[in-house]
Structure formats: C-alpha cells, structure tokens
Write a protein that binds this ligand. Structure first.
Ligand code: BG6
Length: 512
C-alpha cells in the first residue's frame, strides 16, 4: 500500500460529531497501521476557543469512551494526538482564513512537510461556499509547483439538481475536479468494494449477470436507529435524500455497471455515470405505483419502547418527512432492460441490514416449484452489514422419500477470515483522498445524474397533498412497501428465509 506524500490535513468544523466519531478514530486507525504520511499534521479548525492541549485532552477522553476498539488499543493515542493542532477559527471571518494560512505555514515548516494540503469539509453544508471562497481569497487554493491541493466534501451534495450544480460550480471555481473528493462512506465499506471484485474476477457470475438470467435485484439498507440527534438536519433531507440519492444509487451502480476498461478512477467513474444516465425517469403515474414512503410512529425496537419521528428532538410535530422508502425502478440499457430493481431503506426498522439480493430466473420447467423462496430457488446475497459475507441460495432435495425440494445456502462469512478486521470505511476513504485516488469518490456528473432521477419523486411528494403513511417503529415498513417486497421475495417467505438448510462448505484441500 502506497503511503501518502507528506501533507497537512485541515479539518473545518472540527468540534462537530463527525470529527469526533469518524475522522479522528479513522486517522488513529491509519496511524496504528503505519499508513499515515511520514511527515504529517492535522489542523483542526473550529469556532470554539480552546488550546491545542485542551482539544487533545477532550478528544482522547471522548474517543476512549466512544469506542471499545480504541480503548483496547489506546497505548499510542498520546503519540497520535501529537500530530493534532487546534486552531480557533470563525468560518465567516475573512481575516480568519489569512490567520489559518499563516498557521498552516508555521506547522508545515516546523514539521518539514511538503506543500500538500487536504481540506476536509466537516462543517454544515450551508457554509461550504463561504469556506471555498475563504480558501481561495487567502491564496491557500493555489496549487504550488510540485505540491497539491485537495478538498474532501461530505454529503449532502446539494438538496436537488439545481443546488448540486451550484455546489459543483463553486467547488470547481477553486479546485480541479480531480482534486474534489465527494465522500460516500458506503464506497469505503470493504463489502461494497467486494461487489466489483466478485463480479469482475470470477468467470462464473458475469455471464449470468444480465436480463437473460436475472429476474430482479433488491437492495436494502435498513436501520434500527431513529434520527437520533440529527432531527433538524433530517427534516431538510428525509430518507430519499439521506440514503437513496447517494448510498443506494451507489450500490446499484456497482451492481449494474459495465466492466471498466481499466481499474482506474476515470474508467470506473465513467461506467458509474453511464449506468446512472440509463435510469428510466419516473413520471407521476410510475411514482404513484412504484415509490412508497413512510414515517415511523412510536413502537418497540429490540424490546425497548421508542417514540415516533414527530416526537424526536428537532422535528416538527406535523412533519411530512419520510423516514422510509420502498421503490421499484428500471435501468433502460442493453444489459438490464426489463429487470426490476428495488430499493428498501428506513429508520427504526425491525433489524439493521444492508444487503443486495440478486434473484435469478427460475428453471424453465418448475417440477419442484413452491418449495423455494420467491419466484426462483436461485439467489445471490451480498451482505454488506452486519455479518458481512456472500451466500448463494439454490434448491436441493430434502433427504427421504419423494422429491421434496428446499432452498439451501452456501455461505461465505468475512468473519471466517482469521486475523482480518475489516477496515473502517472512513479510514479507507481518507487514505485514498490523501493518496489522490478518487476511484471511490462521487464525480460531479454522477451526483447530478442521481438528482435528475430523485427530483421528480421529491416534487411529486411535495405536491401530492396526501398524508404520509406511518409504520410502527420496529416493523418492516409500510403495508405498501412490504407488499412490494412480495413481488420478488415471495409472499410466503418473510426474510430471513425460513425453510433453509445450510450446507457446510468442504474444507479446501490441496487437490483442488
Ligand atoms: C448516513 C446517513 O450517510 O448513513 C445516516 O446520513 C445513516 O442517516 C447512515 O444512518 C447509515 O450508515 P451505515 O454505515 O450505518 O449503514
């Protein structure tokens, strides 16, 4: 693994939750694994007045409290925080950027760091434009000879096509597109990257990976948590913008794209854009028939009573914002013409599960029909979380008299790979951004294509005048959503699949 060049990472909004929960733990993971640049400093910029010493002390205490993994592996936390400087900074003050520039120069020369800077936008999206202007005006964006300037942007990338275009223009007014890293943390997940490896490194799946053999594809990302402390953000987002426009479309693109001509950033991202451009646009009648929203009401999750969405802090009492989406759509291209794709996502659902299910067509003569789950016995399940792994389901004879068949499963679990802990998604993506590899980051045209698909749905919901359907917290979603899932999973079989046997995989032998 190539270690990034020496550089400074500047985090804006560093006193927020993202820095505390994701960025610092991910950087610590990279530090422990020896993957940070040899000369490296992190400048954490935020409004609160405090010294670097104070910032380090509070963050260490929080990290120990928050993560068992960090607590178990805490011996080098002090050393790691030696790389962290805190800089009190007001995003709205023009002078602040000049002072920040001087601070960066000071830190850089003290630690003999090359002229490479990565800016991380950890601040709320509303202030992104001000930060970009500030960086440009104080001269920090100018790329020096032999140096680099990169910017990492957190979602949401706009709230619709118009605002996404404006944000892209703003970012490109200061940085080259290749230096803009739009983070979708799903792309940092090992199991998501594995979709591409599974598809393009095996001769057995790809020949079947098309409309001739695949009946449908279902992508699920359900969560048991509610909106937690993010009620006011969520009120402006909803599940469609929060999960579908980015994470689910990204998963769909990895599952459905053509094989790139090379495994590099431009080729992979070209294929992603091609497939997004092939999404069949939805008119009002398609949306009415095939896109269902819902909002959780009070209920019970994991044996604990929880409140409804409207009673969450920061949420309007009469909010019509969706916390659940179930939808069916099509990709109009040569490979996928006619194959329905399904998305399911929601908060406060019965279980946490992210997975992709490829349902293969059934055998032409169904002698043993009815015993398997759904329309066919054959499905490939790519489990993203939890219990990361891959399962192939197929029908086999139940031992004994007659010819009764049942669905069985060949399973691979990542946990069976001894000594391998899956790297944190943020750690992987931060490392890639520091190395300048944008393969796993969203390109501006992909973001815009995503919004073109999503905007008509948002518009329809805004204007349809009907009240949002509710589902009880801890359930599987709304009635319409559950009925939609019967189309591909089979009404008789609620997931996880009931009548299944697990076939133990034989141990690999030397003769194989
Ligand atoms: C984030 C969303 O992008 O993804 C959250 O804003 C959501 O609302 C989270 O909870 C889900 O991520 P994961 O990795 O837990 O599936």
């Amino acid at each position: 693994m190539k270690i990034p060049d020496s550089q400074i990472l500047v985090i804006f909004g560093a006193s927020g939750d993202l820095t505390k929960r994701k960025l610092l733990p991910a950087l610590y993971e990279l530090f422990i694994r020896g993957l940070l640049p040899r000369a490296f400093k992190i400048v954490c910029a935020a409004r609160t007045a405090m010294s670097s010493e104070e910032f380090r002390r509070t963050r260490i205490a929080e990290m120990l409290e928050m993560s068992d993994a960090t607590a178990r592996n805490s011996s080098r936390l002090g050393e790691f925080f030696g790389l962290v400087e805190y800089f009190p900074f007001d995003i709205g003050s023009a002078d602040g950027y000049f002072l920040l520039r001087d601070e960066i120069h000071r830190v850089r020369s003290e630690a003999s760091i090359g002229d490479n800077i990565v800016f991380y936008m950890g601040a709320p999206p509303a202030v992104f434009p001000a930060i970009v202007d500030g960086i440009r005006e104080c001269g920090l964006a100018a790329v020096p000879d032999g140096g680099s300037r990169r910017i990492v942007v957190e979602k949401p990338f706009g709230t619709d096509l118009k605002s996404a275009r404006a944000l892209n223009e703003k970012l490109r007014s200061c940085f080259h597109e290749d230096s803009i890293f739009r983070i979708d943390h799903y792309l940092g997940k090992e199991t998501v990257q594995n979709i591409v490896v599974l598809r393009f490194s095996n001769g057995i799946f790809e020949p079947l990976w098309n409309r001739n053999y695949i009946d449908s594809v279902a992508i699920t990302a359900s969560e048991t948590v509610g909106v937690e402390r993010r009620g006011s953000y969520y009120e402006g987002a909803g599940a469609l913008r929060d999960m579908v426009q980015n994470h689910l479309l990204t998963l769909m693109a990895f599952v459905s794209m053509e094989c790139p001509s090379a495994f590099d950033s431009a080729s992979v991202r070209n294929e992603i854009v091609k497939v997004l451009k092939s999404l069949r646009p939805m008119g009002e009648s398609d949306i009415r028939r095939n896109v269902f929203r819902g909002q959780y009401s009070g209920g019970n999750v994991g044996g604990k009573a929880v409140c409804g969405y409207r009673d969450e802090p920061g949420v309007e009492k009469n909010s019509e914002v969706e916390t659940y989406v179930a939808m069916k759509f099509f990709i109009d291209n040569w490979r996928w013409g006619g194959v329905p794709f399904y998305f399911y996502t929601g908060k406060r659902m019965s279980k946490k599960l992210s997975e992709i299910v490829i349902n293969f067509k059934s055998a032409p003569q169904m002698f043993f029909a009815g015993q398997c789950c759904g329309r066919s016995c054959n499905r490939l399940v790519l489990r993203i979380q939890p219990d990361e792994g891959v399962s192939l389901k197929f029908g086999l004879k139940v031992p004994g008299a007659g010819f009764q068949s049942t669905q069985v499963s060949m399973d691979f679990d990542y946990s069976s790979l001894a000594d391998i802990t899956l790297p944190d998604a943020y750690a992987r993506l931060l490392l890639d951004a520091m190395r300048g590899d944008s393969t796993l980051f969203a390109r501006s045209d992909a973001v815009e294509e995503g919004w073109k698909f999503i905007d008509p749905i948002e518009d329809y919901w805004k204007n349809c005048g009907s009240e949002i359907p509710k589902y009880p917290a801890g359930s599987d979603g709304t009635k319409e959503g559950v009925e939609l899932s019967f189309e591909h999973s089979g009404a008789s079989c609620s997931l996880p699949i009931k009548n299944e046997l697990t076939v133990a995989l034989p141990k690999a032998s030397n003769e194989d």
